[in-house]
Structure formats: C-alpha cells, structure tokens
Write a protein of this length. Structure first.
Length: 399
C-alpha cells in the first residue's frame, strides 16, 4: 500500500486540524474537542506575538482568545498540565494513563536528580507536601526560604524547588493555576477530578492506549514516531506494539512518498487510503504557525513530508542566526511557503513585521500578499493591537 506525497500531506493536515477553515467557537466544548483531537498543546514561555499554546489554538480557531483556555484549565478542570515530549496541556480524560509515567519518573528522577541537582531534595519532599496541605497551592518562590539561591536556571534549583518539581513529575502534585506564567502547585486530589484519579490502568493497557492514540493523531508513523508522540513509552515497547497490531490487523505497513520522491516505510490503519481521500482539501489561506505547532513538532518528519527545513534560533548567537530569534513558519494550502519575523510592539500598539523569507520557488505576488495581509489583520486583533506595520525592505530573498 502506498500514499502519494499529496495524499500524505492532506491526511496529515487533517489530523492536525489544519485542513479546514479555522471556524468554531474556540471555547468551551469546541476548544476541548480541538485539544482532544490534537492530543495535547505544547506550552512555551516565549511571547514575541503570543505564547505558543495560544498561537497553536488561534491557528485553528480564529475566535479563540487566551482566557478561553484558562477557563478549561483552572475552572472546569477538563484539561491538566504535564509532560509529553515537553510541557503540555492535555485533556484530563487522558490523566489515568499518566500514572505509568509518574511511576517511571519516581525511579528515574530520584537517580538522575541526585546527580544533577544540589543534594538534599528528597529530604524536603515531606515538608513541601505538608506546607501545601496546610496552606494551599504554592509556587517555587514560596518554599525553601532558608535555602541558598543560585543564579537561576535548570541546573541550579534550590532543594525545595527540586522537591516541588519532583512531586509534580511523579503525580503527587498538580498545576492548579498560573500567574504571569508562574506555576502554582496543589495536591493532586484538589485539582484532578476524582473520576480520573480512581481509574488505574495497567502498564499494558496504558501502552496500548498511548500507541493507539498516537497513530490515530499522526495518520501514519514509524514505531519510533509513535513512541515519541507522547514520550511516555520506549522505542522497544512501540516496536512490539506495532508488530502485534499488524498481526492482529489493526495496523498495516505502508509506503509514504516524501517530497524528494523516495518512499518511507510506516504503519497506518487499514483504511488509511479512504481517510486520505476523505480528508478536506486544505484551505487557500495563509496561516502563521507557532514554531511549536504540533504539525512541526517533529522537525525531521515535517521536512520529509513538506520539504521545509526549520530550526528555532532562540539559542543561536545573534551573529550566527540564519533568520532571526523567533521566526514563524507560514502555511498556505498544503505547503509551507516561507517564514516571517513578526512581533507585537506594545509601545507602538502595532503588530510589526521585520522580515518575510519566501521559500525557493514561491512567487510573491499580489494574491499571496493579500492572503498574508488578511492573516496579519486577524493576528493583530488576536493580540489586541491597533494595526500592522512593516520594516523597510521586509521582503527578503529566499535562503
């Protein structure tokens, strides 16, 4: 069985909710359904336009506004925050399958953090739990008052901060809210609904659920991509699951055509050809995507499928950057047509475009400019700025 590159793109975009028009309420049940469809939304602190999780949702629901997500997280509790491949917002219905991750983290992190963190975090665990039980949710700045602070960053947490994060990573605490992007943790039974806390799937059940959920959201994938989707199971566990799923008829091997014409061996559901043919034809509009969009999370997979090489350059010294600090990919129909350096300028009350780099072979005419202007206008309203401005010489040559 073979999927052409055009079929594969169409199916992939549909699975990522980028094939249809970005209509819908963008709140309540509609927003929860969208996040459930995607599986999770990655959280990131950088805010040049808006934070990544908000950009991801706005790309698919132009009516979406950040407060809509807060309501589901902090009031309905139909979403929770934890880890997949990175910090993410996840439907609470999935929470029982994170118990396996919590158990594995308990063993792994105790060993790793004894070596990587400053000594003594395990001695602080009970004290942190007691403090939260007595006084309620807290952040890292509320614990360890008598402990020396370093220069900050991942490698220099004080012991009580490490204990707080350990308790979250192992499921004893949950994120109850954020203030100015700062996490506040509370006892898990005060955050996660009891109906989800009482469900305790076995490891085998969770591995089966995680693999099924991954392939259904990817459309087609290697066993390694299935393992990496949630980053909760090993590559070996995913290989075994795929082999068993092929034997049982729940998966079939398939060849996926890449942009260079080469074929790549993957797995898919037996009805994948019908699913690809029934997927909507991608909209003829421009979408500015977050660098952490689910479509682009697996950079290598996106490059094979769309011929678009993308690397974020936040940690690249300015003099060595090819494009810029935080540059957004641009999607048009089923093609990534370029990248844009755009940010909110609060002082000028504008969404400001510094540069646009079309991909090689992409002609920049009036129709494409109109589509970009329409998307920038939508984004300006989303960011609550009064308009859009452009730097001189903003349209650059392809690199």
């Amino acid at each position: 069985m073979t999927l052409s590159n055009a079929q594969a793109r169409r199916l992939f975009l549909d699975k990522h909710a980028l094939g249809e028009a970005p209509t819908g309420a963008g709140k309540g049940a509609d927003l929860l359904e969208l996040i459930t469809r995607l599986g999770f939304v990655q959280v990131d602190s950088v805010r040049t336009v808006e934070r990544a999780h908000h950009m991801i949702l706005f790309s698919r629901r132009q009516a979406y506004r950040p407060g809509n997500l807060d309501h589901l997280l902090e009031h309905d509790r139909s979403l929770f925050e934890h880890w997949t491949h990175d910090a993410s917002i996840i439907p609470t219905d999935f929470y029982p399958h994170w118990n396996m991750r919590f158990d594995r983290n308990d063993t792994k992190l105790r060993k790793q953090w004894r070596a990587w963190r400053r000594d003594g975090f395990e001695d602080k665990v009970q004290g942190v739990l007691d403090r939260i039980e007595d006084k309620g949710a807290c952040g890292s700045g509320d614990v360890g008052d008598d402990e020396a602070r370093g220069s900050g960053g991942w490698w220099d947490w004080h012991p009580s901060k490490t204990a707080l994060e350990f308790l979250w990573q192992t499921g004893q605490l949950a994120v109850s809210r954020r203030e100015q992007f700062r996490k506040f943790f509370d006892l898990t039974n005060r955050v996660i609904p009891q109906t989800q806390l009482t469900r305790k799937p076995t490891e085998k059940q969770s591995i089966d659920w995680l693999c099924n959920a991954a392939i259904d959201r990817l459309g087609f994938a290697t066993s390694g991509e299935i393992a990496a989707f949630w980053a909760s199971i090993s590559a070996a566990e995913a290989r075994i699951w795929c082999n068993e799923a092929v034997t049982s008829g729940h998966l079939t091997p398939i060849q996926i055509e890449q942009t260079d014409g080469q074929m790549r061996q993957c797995f898919a559901r037996p009805d994948v050809l019908m699913a690809a043919d029934n997927a909507p034809i991608p909209q003829n509009r421009m979408r500015i995507l977050s660098p952490f969009d689910p479509m682009l999370r697996d950079r290598k997979r996106a490059e094979k499928l769309f011929g678009f090489h993308y690397r974020i350059e936040i940690f690249t010294p300015a003099a060595k950057r090819q494009y810029g600090y935080y540059v957004f990919p641009m999607l048009e129909k089923d093609r990534l047509v370029g990248r844009i350096d755009v940010a909110t300028d609060r002082n000028a009350d504008r969404l400001h475009v510094t540069a646009v780099w079309p991909e090689r072979g992409v002609l920049w005419g009036k129709a494409r400019q109109d589509r970009l202007n329409a998307e920038l206008a939508r984004m300006s309203r989303f960011c609550v700025t009064s308009g859009v401005s452009f730097s001189d010489n903003w349209l650059r040559d392809p690199k």
